[in-house]
Design a protein around this ligand. Structure first.
Ligand SMILES: Cc1cc2nc3c(=O)[nH]c(=O)nc-3n(C[C@H](O)[C@H](O)[C@H](O)COP(=O)(O)OP(=O)(O)OC[C@H]3O[C@@H](n4cnc5c(N)ncnc54)[C@H](O)[C@@H]3O)c2cc1C
Length: 440
């Protein structure tokens, strides 16, 4: 399904409660009351759809990119939070009628306790979920945060729906009541898919660590082989959630780009992993034979939607080299004749991963290799500094700007700078694919 269709579907779903309220609900009240209700209805719909935007559905993240999906998840959650936090404060007018006694078109609201308490709980939980999400890196281990985020989000969605059904003036219409129940069921099924169905599938399709080797300064290669199954169908540019030495139901999963290529590595998966935190810092201690689980493939950094690109420019920052290796290995194994240039940015030479393999590709004429070091050693004759517009223009043929596809992966500031440079150089945005390794 194209991304534009997904966006339209999204808008239809989150606007559906308002539409049903207008079509099937009682007559409208004062502007403030309608605004308060409208914010509540739309905010709740956004929250319920957030479960589907959790990133684990390929039909969504495969089209939009995992980082875009996650940023949408975060931005929309913030919008819904503002709507729902404002919702109770905007009501105006008499509140003297009980639920079920509301005269059509009156200003009445149900302030009875049965309708109110789930709303108060949902409102408080939403504030707590938002504060925890904003502070997640500072306060908790990622897995602990992920657990509480899921449980609390489900509770707040449940209380929110209960509040709408009990206290909502418009939700008395069966059409809207069923929509809430349907959206809540989808939210529950989304969580069951991620935390139950996927682990069960992984349990039946385990992997084994076949090697962990150092590639560069604090950068490792991890190799996995399928254990009793045919392996994974993936494309270069995809990434996987992996867990090592844990239960298939563990929340300790981390995302890593696949650096191997199906045509070059067969069923074996290779990853390039940089030490960063509690999981990656221990990667060098993982021993061959360790049980692994893989949830994949994800991501939108694949070239399949650019078959007519006449050349490929790859721009990698640091460990952003991982998906580029996958592309380069596949292109080489396929004997793809198209020209390709790799801009590989690092601080210093010690950080260059797979240097000999890249040099061999360059010497064989398969690749124009441009190393860019921000802190080059004495006597360095290559490019120094950062990947800028001038640097790109020095190494790319003029036709690349309109006829090549550009694949970008690296730290967010670098991606932003290179994307802006490319757009200013006239590269159409549809020819730029990018993925960042963080959702912040
Ligand atoms: C799509 C994608 C592809 C990636 N590919 C690679 C790769 O090929 N090589 C590589 O070295 N790194 C890659 N990363 C980054 C890698 O996932 C993190 O460095 C790693 O998860 C950090 O885990 P940690 O426990 O060692 O560090 P922590 O100190 O726990 O976390 C460091 C940072 O990573 C984030 N993080 C931690 N755990 C997770 C998680 N389970 N899911 C999402 N973010 C998390 C945290 O929010 C924090 O910002 C990729 C990230 C993404 C999103």
């Amino acid at each position: 399904m194209p991304a534009s269709l997904l966006s339209i579907l999204y808008l239809v779903v989150v606007c559906a409660p308002m539409a049903l309220a207008v079509l099937f609900g009682p007559p409208a009240r004062s502007l403030w009351n309608e605004l308060a209700t409208g914010l509540g209805l739309t905010g709740l719909a956004i929250i319920l759809v957030e479960f589907v935007l959790s990133g684990r559905f390929r039909v969504i993240s495969g089209r939009m990119g995992m980082d875009v999906t996650m940023r949408m998840h975060q931005l929309l959650a913030r919008a819904a939070t503002v709507m729902i936090l404002l919702h109770p404060f905007l009501y105006r007018g008499p509140h003297r009628y009980r639920h079920g006694q509301t005269p059509p078109g009156s200003e009445a609201l149900d302030f009875g306790f049965a309708g109110l308490w789930p709303g108060i709980l949902a409102w408080l939980l939403l504030g707590a979920v938002m504060v925890m999400a904003l502070q997640r890196d500072a306060l908790y281990r990622h897995e602990i945060w992920r657990f509480f985020h899921g449980v609390m989000a489900l509770a707040l969605a449940g209380f929110g729906v209960l509040h709408a059904l009990r206290a909502g003036r418009y939700s008395e219409a069966p059409q809207l009541a069923w929509l809430w129940i349907g959206l809540f069921a989808i939210a529950v099924l989304s969580l069951a898919w991620v935390y139950l169905a996927k682990p069960l599938y992984k349990l039946a399709h385990p992997w084994t660590v076949t090697g962990v080797t150092p590639l560069a300064d604090r950068i490792w290669e991890l190799r996995l082989a399928p254990n009793g199954h045919k392996g994974l169908r993936y494309k270069p540019g995809h990434f996987a959630w992996i867990s090592l030495g844990r239960s298939a139901f563990s929340l300790n999963e981390n995302p890593f780009s696949i650096a191997s290529a199906p045509a070059a590595d067969g069923t074996e998966l290779r990853f390039v992993i940089k030490e960063l935190g509690d999981f990656t810092n221990r990667i060098g201690q993982i021993t061959p034979g360790t049980r692994a689980y893989v949830d994949a493939p994800f991501g939108a950094l694949t070239l399949d939607r650019h078959p007519s690109a006449e050349g490929i420019a790859l721009v990698a920052g640091g460990v952003g080299i991982a998906p580029m290796l996958s592309h380069l290995r596949q292109l080489k194994a396929d004997g793809d004749p198209r020209p390709r240039t790799l801009f590989y940015g690092n601080r210093e030479t010690a950080q260059i991963a797979c240097g000999p393999e890249l040099d061999a590709m360059a010497q064989a004429g398969d690749l124009d290799l441009v190393h860019v070091l921000s802190d080059p050693p004495k006597g360095w004759t290559g490019e120094a500094g950062f990947v800028t517009q001038a640097l790109l223009l020095r190494h790319l043929p003029p036709e690349a700007l309109t006829r090549w596809v550009f694949v970008l992966c690296g730290p967010p500031p670098m991606l932003e700078a290179v994307e802006t440079a490319l757009m200013e150089m006239g590269v159409p945005s549809r020819n730029i694919l990018l993925e960042q390794f963080s959702y912040d």
